[in-house]
Design a protein around this ligand. Structure first.
Ligand code: UDP
Length: 458
């Protein structure tokens, strides 16, 4: 029987889509074991992980996880060294059992997983948690086919809207401030034409970028990996593994009393930090908009808010440390999602048909924001002021335009259309469902070959 090892990079934005993928895969037959660090396994709040088994490796930071490392580069180095060793031990252990792994799916930002799999002759498949467009851009920049333009110059890429430097993923710029992270991102895709690469997206959403990716690999879009209807395996709108504790009751009680489409939901995801000035402009912009707002500000970030704001955000606001984002987005009171445009948040807004106000910060977020506004028409991008951040008047202008303005009507129509297309993609016979079935057939074939080979060796 096929037994797929899914190796997860241990941060929330990578855990969520790969966990959903694991559940989707398991629902189609193969046995699936999700492998991540023991810190995450011990410290996350787990719910509804369905038919998926879990096993642990070490990143060298068993007690404190990524937060306890001196910096991200040191963490990634340790994860690679200690992770490779403990992953090899885990594969050996399973090889001695009655259910050996028959293939591995690894996150494109953990290529060391691929090396370990190869050392066991285990077929391995890359999984990208970014958009197809962002992945295609990184790969073409790496190949030297594409160059990030100088400021003021626009370029046309594979049928996408005209892009300027600021629209590119910030880590695609080779002389940028984070050379190690740039290297990781540019080197995500090392496969060739026959190698499978899975993408958390769907064909209809990213037709042009998928065409480019298919020129390089056996690329397939199998998303959105989001637990929304008609996914049968995740009632309650939760992925099932959260590193922070959501203030769920508080959010739901507060939201349930509000009229439809009346609330702005604000979240910058699991890792972005904003300056005190930007937080003040957001706080004043939201307060002055006169709209209800539910704002997630992680506990560690609350010191960046104006003094007293958490306790008294005004009659219309509520600040929480973490939410069950999918439950919030599914609530009909939400009329707009002010987001940093992380890829998961972007897809989640699409799945629940929620208009977006994009305030991207770095990595892939500017590119996602560009697509939200110009390709899919499901939101507006706030413009930064001269000082480099979004001012309160711009927050108010965009909120008003989305919630009450003419553009807002068109945005809501587009959001409803994409929600429907997302549902169709993962429904029986939809593009992502077909791609997943094709992948399951491949996984089963790999398993048969491997098991035959083992018999011959015995
Ligand atoms: N999320 C959540 N509660 C919150 C904020 C975020 O559950 O209060 C989840 C959200 O649903 C998404 C993930 O955290 O799945 C964030 O991923 P994303 O790619 O949007 O951003 P990142 O955190 O990677 O920057």
């Amino acid at each position: 029987m096929a037994h797929v090892l899914i190796l997860i990079y241990p941060i929330q934005g990578h855990i969520n889509p790969m966990l959903q993928f694991a559940k989707d895969l398991a629902s189609k037959g193969p046995k699936v074991t999700l492998v991540t660090t023991s810190y995450i396994i011990t410290n996350s709040i787990k719910a509804q992980i369905g038919n998926v088994s879990i096993a642990s490796i070490s990143d060298g930071y068993d007690e404190g996880g990524i937060q306890s490392a001196p910096n991200l580069v040191a963490y990634n180095d340790s994860l690679e060294v200690v992770g490779s060793k403990t992953l090899a031990e885990l594969i050996e252990k399973y090889n001695r059992s009655t259910e050996p792994f028959t293939c591995m799916v690894f996150d494109t930002i953990s290529p060391w997983g691929d090396k370990v799999a190869q050392s066991f002759g285990l077929p391995s498949i890359a999984f990208s948690t970014q958009s197809c467009a962002v992945s295609a851009i990184y790969h073409q920049v790496k190949k030297g086919v594409l160059h990030v333009p100088e400021p003021g110059i626009t370029v046309e890429l594979f049928g996408l809207p005209l892009m300027e430097r600021a629209d590119f993923p910030s880590l695609a710029v080779k002389d940028g401030p984070y050379p190690t992270l740039t290297e990781v991102n540019l080197n995500q895709f090392n496969g060739t034409k026959d190698d499978w690469v899975l993408f958390n997206s769907f064909d209809e959403l990213e037709t042009e970028a998928m065409t480019v990716l298919k020129d390089y690999f056996h690329a397939r879009a199998i998303g959105p990996c989001v637990p929304f209807l008609p996914r049968a395996n995740g009632p309650g709108n939760t992925y099932g593994m959260s590193l922070l504790k959501p203030e769920d009751d508080m959010c739901m009680k507060w939201l349930n009393g509000k009229p439809a489409n009346s609330v702005v939901y604000v979240s910058f995801g699991s890792s972005v930090s904003l300056t005190n000035k930007q937080m003040e402009e957001l706080a004043e912009g939201l307060r002055s908009s006169g709209k209800y707002f539910l704002w997630v500000v992680r506990a560690a970030e609350q010191k960046t808010l104006p003094k007293g704001f958490v306790e008294n955000p005004g009659d219309n606001g509520l600040v929480v440390t973490w939410s069950q984002q999918l439950k919030v987005l599914a609530n009909e009171a939400i009329g707009c999602f002010l987001t940093h445009c992380g890829w998961n948040s972007t897809l989640e807004a699409i799945c629940f048909g929620v208009p977006m106000l994009a305030i991207p910060q770095w990595t892939d977020q500017p590119t996602n924001a560009k697509f939200i506004e110009e390709m899919w028409g499901t939101g507006l991008r706030a413009k930064a002021g001269e000082e480099g951040f979004v001012q309160r008047d711009e927050v108010m202008r965009c909120v008003e335009e989305i919630m009450d303005g003419e553009k807002g009507c068109q945005i809501r129509e587009n959001a409803a259309k994409w929600k429907e297309l997302a549902k169709l993609a993962v429904s029986d016979g939809g593009s992502s469902d077909n791609a997943l079935n094709e992948f399951v057939a491949y996984v089963n074939e790999m398993a048969e070959k491997r098991l035959k080979l083992q018999k011959v060796c015995i």
